[in-house]
Design a protein around this ligand. Structure first.
Ligand SMILES: [Zn+2]
Length: 61
């Protein structure tokens, strides 16, 4: 008889919360579009994070 243990899946720990990378560029905004391009070309998480924050903080598109 085999015992089945209910395994509790521990959430994967991420260094930075995923939502911090979320960015919603405004359609037609040249600044947002440029930031998105920079973000796509970014090579480090730190850069992507910083650019995502800039996009989120961009006002007055
Ligand atoms: Zn914008």
């Amino acid at each position: 008889m085999s015992t089945q243990q209910a395994r509790q899946e521990s959430p994967v720990e991420l260094p930075i919360e995923p939502w911090l990378y979320e960015a919603r560029p405004a359609p037609g905004c040249a600044v947002c579009a440029a930031l998105m391009e920079q973000r796509a070309a970014a090579s480090t998480d730190r850069e992507r994070f910083a650019l995502s924050a800039e996009i989120r903080d961009h006002r007055g598109h």
